[in-house]
Ligand binder design. Structure first.
Ligand code: GGG
Length: 347
């Protein structure tokens, strides 16, 4: 089984190093790794954030473990050369349309949440973010209006096939959990959201055992802070899912804890922490590697058919946290490598 390692920019290499140490400690037979450049480092080395060799490796691999992309040195580049285009390109080229972003409160961290402990302790939700559509991939440009003003636009669009396939992933996920699916949209304002809601209702007919509800995104943002325990599975579009999952991360204590899987529906997946490259702390050993370690666990579960090994990693993370493994993001003093040590020791 081939795993593509794409560390990327900023803190990406540090967090991937710790995830790799945890994977190595499991001594899984037949697992091989190949590494490639992606993001700003790739642009600086070969002039493109997603070089053909990287895309080729990603296509050949059974799974991809991805760090982060984003580099302030690249801020002035044309959009198609910016580091973020690498992750958008991988998602599109590989058809990775279903993004699973679990947010579960570790009992050991109830005090680290921004929420009251009794509210935080009830959090166990899965955000399913559609990854191949929305304003991220619609036509976009900067133009000059008739009266000489600069005007930027990004077309938001979804077709019903795109909505239906993510709906099926969401309903099946809810079936395997507590049977409740909340579809988040802005159907009182947006045509894309009206289509989204219609298709969710149509798809619900195939899943009579799942209770479907709908929520406007502004209300969902408020409810995530007021009473996150009400949610089981949330399904939403690309932009809303990006925002709501960052919000959910602080409800469980830190963005450094949230893992994700981007799936093609046929077994292939890209696994990455939901956070970015954090250039302000890159190279200082301050990054929390747990989101990446937990992403590696998702990789074992969803792409490599090793759920028991995934369970082992998740249990080790919980034990490490119980033992006090906390970096600066959680009010502790441990370095990136020390947190990795704690997880390896807890395996
Ligand atoms: N590990 C996540 C990461 O690198 N995020 C940077 C980024 O630009 N992400 C875009 C997105 O998630 O939509």
């Amino acid at each position: 089984m081939l795993v593509a390692l794409l560390p990327g920019d900023g803190i990406g290499p540090e967090i991937i190093t710790q995830a790799r140490r945890v994977l190595d400690a499991l001594a899984i037979e037949g697992l091989v790794y190949e590494e490639a450049l992606v993001g700003g480092v790739a642009y600086k080395a070969v002039g493109h954030p997603l070089p053909p060799a990287t895309l080729d490796l990603a296509r050949r691999a059974d799974a991809i473990l991805f760090g982060a992309v984003g580099d302030p040195d690249c801020d002035a580049l044309e959009r198609h050369l910016r580091p973020e285009q690498a992750i958008l390109g991988l998602r599109k080229e590989l058809g990775l349309f279903a993004n699973l972003r679990p947010a579960k409160m570790f009992a050991e961290l109830a005090d680290a949440s921004t929420l009251r402990p009794e509210v935080a302790s009830a959090i166990d939700l899965m955000i399913i973010r559609e990854l191949n559509g929305d304003v991220y991939f619609g036509e976009k440009a900067m133009r000059t209006t008739a009266d000489g003003q600069r005007e930027g636009y990004d077309i938001m669009s979804y077709n019903e096939g795109e909505v239906r396939r993510i709906a099926h992933v969401a309903f099946r996920t809810a079936q395997a959990r507590r049977g409740r699916l909340c579809s988040v949209d802005k159907a009182n304002v947006l045509e894309t959201s009206q289509l989204w809601r219609d298709v969710m209702i149509e798809t619900a007919a195939d899943y009579p055992d799942v209770v479907l509800s709908h929520m406007y995104v502004d209300n969902a943002a408020m409810q995530l802070v007021r009473n996150p325990g009400q949610f089981d599975v949330i399904v939403t579009g690309n932009l809303f899912g990006d925002i709501l999952s960052d919000q959910a991360s602080m409800c469980v204590g830190s963005i450094g804890l949230l893992a994700s899987a981007a799936l093609d529906g046929a077994g292939k997946g890209l696994y990455e922490p939901i956070h970015g490259s954090a250039p302000d702390i890159a190279g200082q050993g301050k990054a929390n590697p747990l989101a990446t370690v937990l992403s590696a666990a998702m990789m074992l579960r969803y792409s490599l058919g090793l759920p028991d090994q995934a369970d082992r990693i998740e249990a080790a993370v919980a034990r490490a946290l119980a033992g006090g493994a906390r970096g600066a993001d959680l009010g502790g003093t441990m370095s990136t490598a020390q947190i990795g040590d704690a997880v390896v020791a807890a395996l």
